[in-house]
Ligand binder design. Structure first.
Ligand code: R5P
Length: 307
């Protein structure tokens, strides 16, 4: 078994390597003078079980292409099996035609990965689980419940909130874990990256609300949801969101919001501004991913990593 990392999230790759108690494989992944991607796998991979860690976060297009080129290099160097460890699967929100003449980019990315020669994919908290079906190879889909669950364990008067109808299944799993209630915010979105909170479904009065979501991008959905909950009588609002995309005005919005705390994971590296934001706490998925990698390698079950 050998584990490589692209440039997508070197901090997380280092944590995974620590948990695995093995150094990352040697590989040169940089650019030629004209900007084209240059990959040179420096360790022997012939007959090996290869894992390539590369979330396809921003710069998404560069990170996707890096992953494809790394897979191609390993395939041509006679790797026995290649697993792409993609903790954050970029373009996941383009998983269906949302308007006439729009692409299904998530499916296109899935096809590109498959054509490049990956044998399996390990991902975390996909925007929607059905994306697994875009691949005709095994997809191991991990959830953030084991990460966020213990963190909010002793919070009193907890109420889980889904910020939109699409996230109810994810939020329900957390409500079940804490044996607490669930509320839903009915959100209407007119343009991409803009959201309008319409209605809070459920009684949030006097509750410490915990918003559960997969992605915090511009922070619009999160901050407006938090505002609506406070207006409806919540005692406090925190959030547990797996993928800290945090683009554009996100940090400013979060800083100025009514939100008490935003807990994210390290599937995506935090910017310096995000690291400095006192409302943001980062928890690591390094241990969880290292366990999944070990079990994939030894053909063990990973289903009990979900609980
Ligand atoms: C949408 O369905 C997702 O689950 C997130 O709620 C959304 O992508 C967050 O985007 P933003 O932070 O830009 O509102």
């Amino acid at each position: 078994m050998i584990v490589f990392s692209g440039n997508g999230n070197k901090e997380l790759a280092a944590r995974i390597s620590q948990h695995l108690d093995m150094p990352l494989g040697a590989a040169r992944v940089d650019r030629f003078s004209d900007g084209e991607i240059r990959v040179e796998i420096q360790d022997n991979v012939r007959g090996k079980d290869v894992f390539i860690i590369q979330p396809t976060c921003s710069p998404a297009n560069d990170n996707i292409l890096e992953a494809l080129v790394m897979v191609d290099a390993c395939r041509r160097a006679s790797a026995r099996r290649i697993t792409l460890v993609c903790p954050y699967f970029g373009y996941a929100r383009q998983e269906r035609k949302s308007a006439p003449r729009t692409p299904i980019t998530a499916k296109l990315i899935a096809d590109l990965f498959t054509v490049s020669g990956i044998d399996r994919l390990l991902v975390m908290e996909l925007h929607t689980s059905a994306i697994q079906g875009f691949f005709n190879i095994p997809v191991d889909h991990l959830f953030s419940k084991p990460i966020f669950g213990p963190y909010f364990q002793n919070h009193e008067d907890l109420l889980i909130v889904s910020p939109d109808a699409g996230g109810v299944e994810r939020a329900r799993a957390m409500a079940k874990y804490y044996e607490c209630g669930l509320a839903i915010v009915d959100k209407r979105r007119d343009r991409p990256n803009e959201s309008d909170v319409m209605n809070v479904i459920g009684d949030v009065t006097g509750k410490n609300c915990l918003i559960i979501d997969d992605i915090c991008d511009t922070g619009g959905s999160l901050c407006k949801t938090a505002e609506a909950l406070m207006e409806n009588g919540a005692k406090s609002v925190s959030a547990a969101i797996t993928h800290a995309v945090l683009s554009g005005p996100a940090i400013e919005r979060i800083t100025n919001s009514v939100l008490k705390e935003l807990v994210v994971t390290d599937t995506i590296p935090l910017s310096d501004a995000a690291k400095k934001c006192s409302k943001i706490t980062q928890l690591s998925v390094g241990d969880l991913l290292s366990k999944a990698i070990r079990r994939i390698h030894s053909s063990g079950s990973i289903s009990n990593l979900f609980v």
